[in-house]
Design a protein around this ligand. Structure first.
Ligand code: NDP
Length: 606
């Protein structure tokens, strides 16, 4: 794919201070070490004897009588997707809404992920939604989890959503009732809700997963998943103070975005900490700072959408006069954006562009690897912590405390050389034949991706003629514009369902919520009772999102992970697959134009 460097104008190429071929070979070698035939099947479902791992450790279950009611809109999920949807519906004058949420409060991912150090690595001023509406300015450039959870609660109060919420309630089934033009919804609390419209917003990374390591259930020590942090056991809270770990030997399995944030806190308090690493993360500078009150005071109405759009545009390689957020994300994308726009300016050949993009990628990753050497004192540990893959193969991370944790005498990096933990015994974890004795095992092993949608959401949806969503999507998702499936009237999917994926998730959710509120309003104002996607519109959209885009091509040579379905990209199961290939800004602009046309093209209403 890449051209011979000699064929490229040297002024464009610049002087390389590394050996291209050596790096390519090293990346391929590291990827090969990690490829495995079982892909996603290497993980075990948190069910059966492991089910308790997903129990809510934060609040006691409150008993209540079952509810029977009829509402206009039922929203499943009280995370930011559900909250923003309810807010945008309220702004469109639709307030007869019910929100059903599994957790004991609003917040979604921020309700569950309360591990010490949990922080959003997207700038708070664009990540925290509805800031202008709620009159709140975050305290720092990057908010920690408690502030984000508080903000979810603030949205709930501001839009009077608490009175509309059923917490600690799991939706079990949704059944379309053709005679009544409504959904009949059942929950695990015996509720029965009839809803004219439903919005499914249960989130993309909601179901914790565990590695299928032999012996997992034989461990006699304490164990939990990072998304269900056991503060009774560790002591302290999200801000730290894990004093009960002082005499404990703790193991953290995983070194993804979550581990990067919680490891420094465990390291500070544990008697001894072993971090079991399969693949190192790429860790760039965090550089958090308090909010400048002068800046906050200077903001003009509409600022949040403008800032969010600016960020999303830079991340979609759309040139902007100014970089408002100026952080690690925009830094990563600006280089790529400049390159992407170069071919048009210079008449550059596609293969020359591919090589330049590869070089920019190598440069960024060299910088990341260099940082490891600068921070980590022991050369062998530093060497093991270096990531050898392209920058978008795994979720980029930003943190200033993880790497220094390995300079502590009570912290050991157990590098599994890409193979993972070999075995778990009653008293520890085994790697390379060596048993590491442990009192506590913390799984920072992430969330299900690529498993069936209805398995992850834990509810089934039966559309017209009783067809289930599981059956309908058995061979892959099928939607029109990502929101609607043919045969499932008055039902909206929200999130990563063939829409436009943006690193700032709430940007996406906000644009989606605006769209959904507009469609419901449009259907009602036409005096209609139902709408449904036309099969041909859906088929055309599935074709559109199935075209190999830049990212899906890119992922084929990546080290395995959930972005590329554990090395099995091309089958539609990777996190980055099956989305609108042109990018999020282009996708939401397309939706805006569709709304402006006002003819509900592709939908049939009656
Ligand atoms: P990830 O899926 O990103 O990481 C799981 C980790 O577990 C990986 O390091 C993986 O290694 C490792 N692992 C899996 N199986 C084994 C095994 N058998 N032995 C040893 N290690 C194993 O989950 P996270 O919870 O870290 O992050 C999930 C996502 O949540 C992020 O990617 C991000 O999108 C989001 N997040 C966002 C944050 C934010 O700031 N906004 C903060 C935290 C999370 P390998 O890489 O080899 O598969």
């Amino acid at each position: 794919m890449a051209a011979n460097p000699a064929a490229i104008n040297t002024s464009v190429l610049g002087n390389l201070d590394f050996n291209l071929e050596e790096l390519r070979a090293r990346y391929a070698e590291e990827r090969n070490k990690r490829l495995r035939t079982d892909g996603n099947d290497q993980y075990v479902e948190v069910a059966g004897e492991l089910a308790a791992i997903a129990d809510d450790p934060y609040v006691q279950r409150v008993e209540r009588a079952p509810l029977r009611e009829k509402v206009e809109v039922l929203i499943i999920g009280g995370g930011f997707g559900g909250l923003i949807s309810a807010a945008r519906l309220a702004q469109a004058g639709i307030t007869d809404v019910r929100i059903v949420e599994r957790g004991g409060d609003f917040g979604g991912t921020w309700y569950w992920n309360r591990y010490p150090g949990a922080q959003c690595d997207i700038e708070s001023y664009i990540y925290l939604p509805l800031l202008e509406e709620t009159g709140y300015i975050p305290r720092e450039k990057y908010s920690y989890a408690p502030e984000i959870l508080e903000h979810a609660q603030r949205i709930g109060r501001h839009f009077k959503l608490y009175e509309r919420a059923l917490f600690q309630t799991l939706t079990r089934s949704l059944r379309w009732d053709e005679a009544r033009n409504a959904w009949q919804v059942e929950t695990d609390r015996g509720d029965h809700i009839e809803a004219s419209f439903v919005i499914l917003s249960s989130g993309p990374l909601n179901r914790p997963k565990l590695p299928g390591i032999p012996g997992l259930s034989t461990f006699k020590g304490h164990m939990f998943h990072t998304s269900r942090w056991d503060y009774d056991y560790t002591g302290g809270d999200s801000t730290g103070g894990l004093h009960k770990l002082a005499d404990k030997r703790v193991g953290v399995i995983g070194t993804g975005a979550t581990a990067i944030q919680c490891v420094p806190y465990v390291a500070k308090h544990a008697g001894h900490l072993c971090v079991f690493q399969r693949t190192p993360s790429a860790i760039d500078v965090r550089g958090n700072k308090p909010t400048d009150p002068d800046w906050a005071g200077s903001l003009k109405p509409g600022w949040q959408r403008v800032r969010n759009h600016n960020f999303a545009a830079i991340l979609s390689a759309i040139p902007q006069a100014e970089d408002m957020v100026k952080d690690g994300w925009t830094d990563l994308f600006k280089a790529l954006g400049e390159l992407l726009n170069k071919p048009a300016e210079t008449g550059m050949k596609p293969e020359d562009f591919a090589l330049l993009a590869e070089i920019a990628d190598f440069r960024k990753m060299n910088q990341i690897r260099h940082r490891v050497d600068e921070v980590v004192k022991d050369p062998a540990t530093a060497s093991a912590l270096k990531p050898w893959y392209k920058q978008w193969c795994k979720r980029p991370t930003f943190n200033d405390e993880f790497l220094p944790a390995f300079n502590r005498p009570n912290v050991t990096l157990v590098d599994t050389q890409g193979k993972g933990v070999e075995r778990i015994t009653a008293h520890g974890a085994v790697v390379n034949g060596v048993e590491y004795p442990l009192d506590c095992l913390i799984f920072a092993t992430g969330f299900e991706v690529g498993t069936a949608y209805t398995r992850r959401s834990e509810f089934e949806v039966h559309g017209r003629n009783g067809v289930s969503l599981s059956e309908y999507w058995a061979r892959g998702m099928r939607t029109y514009h990502g929101f609607y499936s043919s045969g499932f009237p008055n039902c909206f999917h929200l999130g990563l369902t063939q829409t436009g994926l943006a690193p700032n998730f709430t940007y996406m959710l906000n644009e989606q919520a605006l769209h959904v509120a507009w469609v419901i309003d449009a259907v009602r104002s036409r005096g209609a009772k139902r709408f449904e996607a036309l099969p041909e519109a859906e088929a055309a959209w599935v074709q559109t999102v199935s075209k190999p885009g830049f990212m899906s091509e890119y992922q084929t040579t990546c080290t395995p992970g959930y972005y590329n379905a554990e090395g099995k990209s091309g089958q539609g199961e990777g996190f980055l697959e099956g989305q609108y290939g042109e990018g999020p800004v282009q996708f939401y602009t397309l939706m805006e134009k569709w709304r402006e046309q006002s003819d509900l093209a592709g939908l049939v209403i009656s």
